[in-house]
Design a protein around this ligand. Structure first.
Ligand code: F6R
Length: 637
């Protein structure tokens, strides 16, 4: 939520502008209400901002002809405080134009700080929480009483050092006064060769280049220029020049750089010939699931999760599992619950991260919390993890983003290897998350002795067949797409599922809501008669996920549910297993999925629903990848 980019370098006159705009384009999925850029040079700082998508900012830059820069910062906004207007767009600057700043997060005590600043005569030009910070920075920078910072800044000449040290001192003093969450990047016209940044509970990574360095909300901001990245921890401050990166802890002491290699190339973050990122990511699911499964068995065919870092004794003592996540990630947890309870005979609860801590949940040191998140930066999930750990629970994070806050704040990490997910609507992350949860469940069943190693290997082998089966569904996608194009006038769609099909119904409905703006609801098929069936009248589209006929106790009931809605005039669209001809007479159209063990069926059944939503949004002429009001990484509560 909000994307931040920074660049300092001396290799080409327009380099900062190009790098920052390129980075913003890659981070636009994090917010697209407005965007802005500040370019610092020897004559001052040029700030250009525009409402709406990045293309508007590019037009404004082309019209404004900003000067060449030595450093640049940029921001793409998902509005929290104040409507998406130019005045509220970042960067925010001091009235004299000496300081410009971008911010991701929320300053919770902004109102009180603003009142203090206004009382001392400072004037504000926006309604944002961010603007107070740039005023505070200037106040602290100009104040002779601000305690000096007396360390050394890497890659700084004498002038850069003297300005940088004052800026660091100001940043330290200001961040100590801020409550809430933030990543902050500031530039000053006193010296355009340095960016000073800070973070608390919002993401920031540094990219290391040759005679230039980069800052970003995530590595996508700079991965086309360098694969060398540096993690920035909670409450650290960073000074970045073209030739050096200096990281300081809360006490102002220098800390060694935590450098790592980004393991994907920038072409993973392009559409690669697909019309949308969502299309591409739906089609990357065989690879995402296969990569998440890869290298999990040791030479004795035992499941080995070396990265798990929680002792087997602790895992054996677990008496309850709580899965937490938001949106699609929470539905992945709901799917996993059926499997983990069945395999491990441990009670599994699934809780929305945003509700978890307010329920005062019963969590002890015997509780295993599984936090699921694609971005690894979702604030609701971060807060839930902190709450769980305070109660003594162990937390395993299932994340798609190595080095993210959630992976760093958890006791153990199980990475999904879906690759970067850019489309706001989650697709390949979901199937990779479900896969990773299955791996975790099977590992627990092995460690706890619920399943023998050969049984686990058997389950893993069957899981290994899933990527090929997803590919079969993708290859037949045209049937789904054709049908989707006939549904452009739909105003409401109901999704029904039973057992593991229920969370698939919820996920299918979420996809339709978020990218097609069609009211959609997922229901447990058995719940229909307890209320929702009143919604069904002539022509109401109902999508039903039918379980395998090899589970007649489920299958027959869902067939009955189809007939109930059909009897009331519904149009029935059915997702059913290949060869299940019993559904044909009750369905306007059937989307076929190959046979798999029942618990794995969600990995397949969800795919036609993703294709359906993607194609319908395209047919409606909507922005598939960047739906209105949403942002990819939700870093506010
Ligand atoms: C829906 C979607 C969201 C996310 C949710 C959690 O398509 O993408 O519901 O699943 O915001 O995000 P992560 O997984 O990054 O924690």
């Amino acid at each position: 939520m909000c994307g931040i980019v920074g660049h300092v370098g001396c290799i080409g006159a327009q380099r900062s502008r190009e790098v920052v705009m390129g980075g913003l384009a890659r981070l636009e999925y994090r917010g697209y209400d407005s965007a802005g850029i500040a370019l610092a040079n020897d004559n001052g700082i040029d700030v250009i901002r525009a409402v709406g998508k990045l293309v508007n900012l590019q037009d404004a830059i082309d019209a404004g002809h900003p000067e060449d820069a030595l450093a640049g910062i940029g921001h793409t906004r998902w509005a929290t405080h104040g409507r998406p207007t130019v005045a509220n767009a970042h960067p925010h600057s001091t009235p004299d134009g000496r300081f410009s700043l971008v911010h991701n997060g929320i300053i919770e005590n902004a109102d009180a700080l603003r009142a203090q600043l206004q009382a001392s005569g400072r004037e504000f030009s926006s309604q944002t929480d961010t603007e107070v910070v740039v005023h505070l920075i200037q106040e602290a920078y100009d104040c002779a009483e601000t305690p000096q910072w007396d360390g050394t800044i890497d890659g700084a000449d004498e002038h850069t050092h003297s300005v940088g040290a004052r800026l660091i001192a100001a940043m330290r003093q200001v961040t100590a006064r801020l409550e809430g969450t933030f990543t902050l990047l500031v530039v000053t016209s006193d010296c355009p060769n340095i960016i000073v940044a800070a973070r608390r509970s919002s993401p920031l990574v540094i990219g290391l280049g040759e005679n230039e360095n980069f800052l970003g909300s995530d590595v996508l901001a700079f991965v086309e220029h360098t694969s060398r990245a540096v993690e920035i921890d909670q409450d650290q401050i960073v000074a970045v020049t073209a030739r050096g990166v200096t990281v300081l802890d809360q006490s102002g002491q220098r800390v060694p750089l935590k450098e790592y290699e980004v393991d994907f190339t920038s072409d993973r973050a392009t559409k690669g010939g697909w019309p949308t990122f969502m299309d591409k990511e739906i089609n990357e699911q065989p690879e995402g699931v296969a990569n998440t499964l890869a290298d999990r068995l040791d030479s004795h065919s035992r499941l080995a999760l070396d990265e798990l870092r929680i002792s087997e004794d602790v895992l054996r003592s677990v008496d309850k599992i709580v899965m937490i996540g938001c949106g699609t990630a929470s539905y992945a947890g709901q799917v996993a619950r059926y499997a983990i309870e069945h395999w491990c005979r441990i009670p599994v609860e699934v809780e929305l991260s945003s509700e978890f801590r307010y329920r005062d949940p019963v969590v002890t040191e015997k509780t295993l919390v599984v936090a699921i998140s694609q971005s690894g930066e979702t604030m609701d999930t971060i807060m839930a993890i902190r709450h769980a750990r305070e109660q003594g629970a162990k937390v395993v994070a299932i994340v798609n983003t190595p080095g993210s806050t959630i992976s760093r704040e958890s006791d153990a990490v199980l990475l999904t290897h879906a690759g970067p997910e850019i489309a706001v609507a989650s697709t390949k992350a979901f199937t990779a998350q479900v896969t990773a949860c299955f791996i975790l469940g099977l590992f627990l069943s092995q460690v706890r002795g619920n399943k023998f190693a050969d049984e686990v290997a058997d389950y893993m082998e069957k899981l290994g067949e899933v990527p090929g089966k997803i590919q079969q569904i993708l290859d037949q996608g045209e049937t789904v797409r054709q049908f989707a194009r006939t549904m452009v006038d739909a105003t409401s769609v109901i999704y029904l599922g039973r057992h593991v099909g229920f969370p698939v119904a919820l996920e299918g409905a979420l996809k339709l809501k978020e990218i097609c703006y069609i009211h959609a609801e997922g229901f447990a098929a058995g719940e229909l008669k307890h209320g929702p069936i009143a919604l069904v009248d002539e022509g109401q589209p109902v999508i039903i996920i039918v379980p395998t006929p090899r589970r007649p106790e489920l299958h027959n009931k869902v067939l009955a549910n189809i007939q109930e809605v059909r009897a009331r005039g519904a149009r029935t669209i059915v997702v059913a297993e290949e060869g299940d001809s019993s559904v044909d007479e009750f369905a306007e159209i059937v989307f076929r999925v190959p046979q798999v063990p029942t618990l794995y069926a969600p990995l397949l059944a969800v795919v036609p629903l993703q294709i359906f939503a993607c194609e319908l949004a395209t047919a409606k002429g909507l922005d598939v990848d960047q739906p209105r009001n949403l942002a990819k990484s939700v870093t506010v509560e």
